[in-house]
Design a protein around this ligand. Sequence first.
Ligand code: AHG
Ligand code: MN
Ligand code: MN
Length: 355
Amino acid sequence: MTASPAGPPADFDPPRRPDPATLLTVQQHILREQDRLPGAGGEFAWLMSGITLATKMIAARVRRAGLTDLLGAAGNTNVQGEEQQKLDVYANDALLHALSWRDSVGFVASEENERPVAVHHGSPAAKYAVVFDPLDGSSNIDVNVSVGTTFSVLRRPADGRQDVSAWVLQPGRVQVAAGYVLYGSSTMLVYSIGNGVHGFTLDPSVGAYVLSHEGIRMPEQGRYYSVNEAYADEFPGPYRAFLGHVRGGGLGRRYASRYIGSMVADFHRTLLKGGIFLYPPTADSPGGKLRLLYEANPVAFLAEQAGGRATDGARRVLDVEPASVHQRTPLVVGGRTEMDAFERFVGGPAAGDRV
Ligand code: AHG
Ligand code: MN
Ligand code: MN
């Protein structure tokens, strides 16, 4: 040991630099990245830890679903008249419970609750609203197919308004953070706080989401289109014409179709492999089936952050001003080549990178 010129030798070791080859957990990543958010302190990381904790609980239940009495209907219908599965109820309770411990959360709104739930909205510490679909694609659980959770984080109203509409009914372009967890062959969390899209795989041996997909970019052109073609006769003309164009080789290559029926799983494939996912207006759902606030907005935010786009057929999804919590929307999301072509068919907004 050598004496430093400034004094006696130190009786401690120098700091160890983190080894980039070692695991980076989502919590470490959020702590590193949250400096980008004006006014965010450790409470944003604490909020996100509520989501990661709840989704790990949900993942554990989903994994055991076939072994225990967790499959099937819970005997209730939710506000949208859809039958609730037992795991819908469990997933909703897990998220509500985990987030209710976070002082920074003012309101939460869920697909499974008719009205938003007040958490700490009266407290000056409450900076965020969180909206989520606790279990997306839940009709797939009974047949052991991937399901997911989607979430969106919104900032409290800048003008100090306390009404729930001001907290929750905000356009997707102002989302602070958005993401999803996919309970697939592995469990993955994908999120963005406006700094690109990053994916973490749950390592069950340590119980942590570990960085596995940094800076995801959607390929400019893919090989799949994804839509429920059983309803094709009901789609508006431009949607049918676009799909015919794709099938006919109009995009310069042969496409295959893939449709899981869990939006998270269908979007995840589109994010990683490119292509296009569509849930058009149909006879049953003329305004689309998917929900704007907690399904379309998170996916649209991630798509744009990864170099893709999302439209409702007429407008950029992120620019739609929501009027109600459970508002539905058509959704078309994909990579640049497919979205350019789709927008030519619907006469939508001029193609261009809006990130
Ligand atoms: P949820 O299970 O949350 O109600 O959502 C199901 C949604 C979505 O995941 C999927 O894209 C779509 O329903 C599939 O609907 P169709 O069966 O009409 O294609
Ligand atoms: Mn859903
Ligand atoms: Mn759901």
